[in-house]
Write a protein that binds this ligand. Structure first.
Ligand SMILES: Cc1cc2nc3c(=O)[nH]c(=O)nc-3n(C[C@H](O)[C@H](O)[C@H](O)COP(=O)(O)O)c2cc1C
Length: 171
């Protein structure tokens, strides 16, 4: 698949097969995250790979949406950002932490698609619960979570997008 085909194929997958994710595929996906660009190349991220049943049970308590724990993925990735390590723009102190994490996280999603795996961005989790479950220090913020696994084979609904003319202005 070329990049456009990977982007066209990616969907939010909310139902998974229990089949394990091969270690080589997981390594490949994490390498794609590691190589992501970041402001001033500060790389203010850490990725928690949730594999054990005990850790998954804890994670399910952090996001009470039925799909998350029904037909769950065999692996989950939690992307966290270090507030002390991110670039803040001098002129207005804007923190670029979320942008950096989002780029790396979408690398994960696209790499997973290329490998035949599904993902789903999850940000609507209970922040306090994730912090306590991972035992994060004050400077570390959980930004996004995704399940990772082989999609349960069923037609995943295609979501609409705005037309190019609505979103692009040539000036
Ligand atoms: C920043 C962000 C946060 C999201 N948070 C959630 C979430 O908490 N729960 C969920 O089920 N989907 C979540 N999504 C998935 C979106 O609903 C989904 O990407 C969007 O509807 C487009 O569908 P598609 O991913 O299948 O193309 C999130 C997506 C993004 C980019």
């Amino acid at each position: 698949m070329n990049l456009l085909e990977i982007i066209q194929t990616r969907r939010s997958v909310r139902k998974y097969q229990p089949t394990e994710v091969e270690q080589e595929k997981l390594d490949y996906i994490l390498e794609c995250a590691r190589l992501a660009p970041s402001a001033v190349n500060f790389q203010p991220w850490q990725f928690y790979i949730v594999k054990s049943q005990e850790a998954k049970e804890n994670l399910f308590e952090c996001y009470h949406n039925k799909w998350f724990s029904t037909n769950p993925a065999p692996v989950f990735i939690i992307a966290c950002g270090d507030k002390n390590a991110s670039w803040k723009r001098k002129s207005d102190s804007k923190d670029h932490l979320d942008i950096d994490i989002a780029i790396a996280f979408e690398h994960i999603c696209l790499a997973a698609t290329e490998q035949g795996l599904g993902t789903c961005w999850v940000c609507n989790f209970d922040m306090e619960k994730v912090v306590s479950f991972l035992g994060l220090p004050e400077n570390m913020i959980p930004v996004a979570i995704t399940p990772l696994g082989y999609p349960e084979v069923e037609e995943v609904k295609k979501t609409p997008r705005k037309e190019k003319e609505e979103i692009c202005m040539v000036i």
